[in-house]
Design a binder for this molecule. Structure first.
Ligand code: PEP
Ligand code: MN
Length: 360
């Protein structure tokens, strides 16, 4: 199912967050399939909820509704989330076409191994959402566990991370785009989808997020859609009606992955490369200075970390960064990272001096 979507037409997975009733599921799927733009229908049968007592999905009953819809419409393809080997067995028994592993499960290697073992005999296509933490290796590890069990028809789904989001306070999850890009670098053959619904948590932001994903070379989208979003039992704020989803897809600009590089871009990239070379040299110079500073602090018995000095510096540098047109959160991130590296280098130098190790 997912093997040929890299470099092809935009692959669209859509459907309600949860299968709530047979009628809601039927009406939503019918409207979505009428758009002619949806390749795979999604819905949750078991819902992972933060606190107990809420709506936890219709379970196997939802799978029976799907099986009935598939009897009426044999070309419709369905995916459900599985979190336990029992879910996999039920999904198989009711004829699901694909599965996905949710964010809360991907981060648990024991569980992923059990799911892979359950799928080994009769593999089904599997989408793997990123884990809750911004960890590309953990995400890749879940895909590898499936692949090693012979489940080769896999795709990755980026749904953002549960980390404090200083750069994107408006979103439900932090996109940390470098993580899916890192996954693409380590697993270039695995198709990459974006789930803008869980990422943003807000139907108004879904379109922008979809376009960002396309600009970054994603192969497909998984979008939540409900026939009456305002009545949805889960994730009501982020679900689009099928009609809105159709209109949104029409506004997106696909980005071909193998377009020739225009000369203008080459020139700009050369300038960018020169700036990067300069930045690296400046960073090396700055860290060399930190090593000298370490020697002076050591000679005078001073602490490596000087909070007052750092507070003063940030107080001056952040407004200066804003005046240069830099985002304050970005500037703070970079400056703090630089400061931490400076402290690390100073500590390294001080402990090397003490233990008599030759100076670097
Ligand atoms: C979902 O897709 O409905 C879901 C629960 O997603 P996630 O695992 O990304 O939170
Ligand atoms: Mn949801």
């Amino acid at each position: 199912m997912f093997q040929h979507i890299i470099g092809g037409d935009l692959f669209v997975v859509a459907g309600p967050c949860s299968a709530e009733s047979e009628e809601q599921l039927r009406a939503t799927c019918q409207a979505l399939m009428t758009t002619g733009r949806v390749h795979l229908l999604r819905c949750g049968a078991w819902k992972p909820r933060t606190r107990p007592g809420g709506f936890e999905g219709r379970g196997e009953e939802a799978l029976r509704w799907i099986a009935a819809l598939k009897r009426q419409h044999p070309t419709w393809l369905f995916a459900v989330e599985v979190a336990t080997p029992r879910h996999v067995e039920m999904a198989r028994r009711h004829g699901m076409d694909a599965l996905w592993i949710g964010a809360r499960t991907t981060g648990n290697p024991f569980l992923v191994s059990e799911l892979a073992a359950t799928l080994r005999e009769e593999p089904l296509p599997v989408m793997v959402k990123n884990p809750m933490s911004a960890d590309a290796a953990l995400w890749a590890g879940a895909l590898e566990r499936l692949q090693q069990a012979g489940i080769t028809d896999v795709a990755a789904v980026h749904r953002g991370f549960s980390v404090p989001s200083p750069l994107h306070p408006e979103m439900r999850n932090d996109p940390v785009w470098r993580i899916p890009l890192e996954l693409r670098r380590i697993m270039p053959q695995v198709p990459l989808l974006c789930d803008p619904s869980h990422l943003t948590g807000d139907k108004e932001q879904v379109a922008t997020c979809c376009q960002t994903a396309l600009n970054l070379g994603f192969d497909g989208l998984m979008i939540e859609s409900h026939i009456h979003p305002e009545e949805a039992l889960t994730d009501a704020r982020q679900q689009l009606t099928p009609a809105k989803l159709h209109a949104l897809l029409d506004t997106l600009h696909p980005r071909p992955s193998h377009a020739p590089t225009p000369a203008e871009l080459t020139v700009l990239r050369e300038r960018l490369d020169l700036i990067d070379d300069e930045l690296l040299k400046l960073l090396a110079q700055r860290l060399n200075l930190s090593r000298h500073i370490a020697a002076v602090k050591e000679a005078h018995g001073l602490c490596t970390y000087q909070p007052a000095r750092w507070g003063d510096k940030l107080g001056k540098l952040l407004p200066a960064a804003s005046a240069l047109g830099l985002e304050e959160a970005f500037a703070k991130d970079i400056l703090e990272r630089l400061h931490l590296e400076s402290i690390r280098v100073q500590e390294q130098r001080r402990s090397a001096n003490k233990s008599g190790t030759p100076k670097q």
